[in-house]
Design a protein around this ligand. Structure first.
Ligand code: DSN
Length: 413
């Protein structure tokens, strides 16, 4: 029996969600639209089996095809990121970070990172997360003027705290990361350097953002953001000893059976990312972000750090309207068919529930085929929606225009 016959309620909800995705413009910087090939692998019979262990060393029988699938995923990941070792089993970015922490540190060891409020991630030492519960988290800062990484602050914190690990890589940081500079500081204090490239992985693999290798000891990422694969994690290194520690930290350290259907889908996504077309795609993501940033600036919005080098931008709404919160803006945008998330800006006086900013990203709309010339239209929708946040009729009218515009850009096949 198919899904429609077995469970019409869930089938209907999935169909509605597909319609929602098609008729809106997805600007959440961490989301994307995967290919049918990735969807097929993720929805395959590989979900049926346990394959605890690693290729050719499993704890269950009949893993022959799973060994081949995982080996393909590993080999493709290594080729894509030009490194020697890959673990493709991490269920998510947070799990990948947990395993990397376990491989690089002992419980109680100190590390430094950028805090969540300045653009970091909750798995980088947010007080309620395992990263802060089991390790000693401290934070370096952004330069208040440039709103970019303050390397004086990184060096000062590193010298003061002698961390076991320095973490770079962020969730809401629009500029390129200077991995070499981080490594210089890590070496000065004898720390490991961990990069979480979850947001920029697709850009890195396409050579549009500098690689964390050879500078970083370990690199973690998700596979579903700019990399355009299934929801999941990935851990990379060039160091054989660390690779073994990472493997142990993933299984049996922090996970049980791998999600083999998702690992197959990761392999498919890596294959797609190795094709020349993906490089063009990644370049277009950045061109679109830059064009959208310029169009918003022209309309009176302030972007933190003055713009973007990547796929995302952080809009500080206060320059346009002192009373417009990130929450208001994101709600108005959703009503107008533009999907984005509220986001704190550096030193945001408003709490995370409201914030003074929204984060916008171009990976998903670029997958749908939007180009720089379309960014004026997108900026116009965004501006009109936010300026009409209290006018439901205006928002409904914009929603209709957005749906008609989105219909011109089909989902990937
Ligand atoms: N939730 C992701 C993001 O939106 O950046 C990070 O895990």
């Amino acid at each position: 029996m198919n899904l429609q016959q077995t469970d019409p309620q869930i089938a209907e909800l999935i169909a509605l969600e597909a319609k929602r995705q098609e008729s809106t413009l997805e600007l959440i910087a961490s989301e994307n639209h995967v290919s049918r090939a990735v969807l097929a692998a993720a929805g395959s019979c590989l979900t049926n089996k346990y394959a605890e262990g690693y290729p050719n060393a499993r704890y269950y029988q009949a893993c022959g095809y799973y060994d081949q699938v995982e080996t393909l995923a590993i080999e493709r990941a290594k080729q894509l990121f030009n490194c020697k070792f890959a673990n493709v089993q991490a269920h998510s970015g947070a799990n990948a970070n947990l395993a990397a922490f376990m491989a690089l540190m002992q419980p109680g060891d100190p590390f430094i990172s950028l805090n969540l409020a300045s653009g970091g991630h909750l798995s980088h030492g947010m007080k309620l997360n395992t990263s802060a519960i089991f390790y000693k988290a401290a934070h370096y800062e952004l330069d208040p003027k440039t709103e970019t990484i303050d390397f004086n602050s990184v060096r000062a914190k590193a010298k003061e705290l002698k961390p076991k690990m320095i973490l770079c890589g962020y969730s809401a940081y629009p500029r390129m990361i200077d991995f070499a500079k981080f490594r210089e500081i890590a070496d000065e204090v004898g720390a490991f350097l961990l990069a979480d490239i979850a947001h920029i992985a697709g850009l890195v693999s396409a050579g549009v953002h500098p690689s964390p290798f050879p500078h970083c000891h370990v690199v973690t990422t998700t596979t579903h953001k700019t990399l355009r694969g299934p929801r999941g994690g990935l851990i990379l290194t060039n160091d054989e000893h660390l690779a073994k520690a990472v493997n142990r930290s993933v299984f049996p350290g922090s996970q049980g059976g791998p999600l083999m259907h998702i690992i197959a889908a990761k392999a498919v996504a890596f294959h797609e990312a190795l094709q020349p077309a993906f490089k063009t795609y990644a370049q277009q993501i950045v061109k679109n972000a830059s064009a959208l940033a310029a169009a918003l600036t022209q309309r009176g919005y302030r972007l933190t750090s003055g713009g973007t080098d990547t796929h995302l931008m952080l809009v500080d709404l206060r320059a346009k309207s002192e009373s417009l919160t990130g929450a208001d803006a994101a709600n108005a945008l959703e009503a107008a068919g533009i999907i984005a998330n509220k986001n704190g800006v550096p030193n945001d006086p408003r709490p995370p529930k409201f914030t003074s900013g929204v984060r916008l990203g171009t990976p998903a709309i670029t997958t749908r085929g939007l180009k720089e010339s379309d960014m004026e239209t997108v900026a116009n929708f965004i501006d009109r929606a936010m300026m009409n946040k209290d006018n439901p009729d205006a928002l409904a009218a914009i929603r209709g225009e957005v749906a008609a515009f989105a219909a011109k850009f089909p989902m990937p096949h």
